[in-house]
Design a protein around this ligand. Structure first.
Ligand SMILES: [Fe+2]
Length: 127
């Protein structure tokens, strides 16, 4: 792989790790069991995504807590619906952003498909 590809895979791996903490935090602050279970599932799957990227980069990274720390504030400031729309959009954008990696890194396809499904799941929580 090229240096540029390695950098992108590492950036993706980091993003997935950060998302695990973000969704775990969200699961703690949401109002219903349905939402809690959805975000715990997403957290688990983001963890699998990080391991897919780890399989290519072979580098251990540490999750960054920033997004997890600000999540309760975002939840309060934006309100649930606006926040979920932002998150769903980010998931769909992640899916689109992974597309070009699939040719060289075929396992990324399942990650891409999950991100699309995550967008759908978060959208389904909108009221
Ligand atoms: Fe992911």
């Amino acid at each position: 792989m090229t240096q540029k590809q390695l950098k992108e895979l590492l950036r993706s791996q980091q993003g997935e790790l950060n998302a695990v903490l973000m969704y775990q935090k969200l699961a703690k602050i949401v109002a219903t069991d349905k939402e809690r279970e959805a975000f715990l599932l997403l957290a688990k799957e983001e963890g699998r995504h990080a391991s897919v990227f780890h399989g290519y980069t072979k580098q251990a990274l540490k999750p960054k807590k920033t997004m997890a720390v600000i999540m309760p504030f975002l939840y309060r400031i934006f309100g649930k619906n606006r926040l979920y729309k932002i998150i769903a959009k980010a998931e769909y954008e992640a899916a689109a952003g992974y597309e070009h990696l699939i040719a060289d890194f075929p396992e990324v396809e399942s990650v891409k498909n999950d991100e699309k499904r995550h967008g759908d799941i978060v959208s389904s929580l909108l009221e």
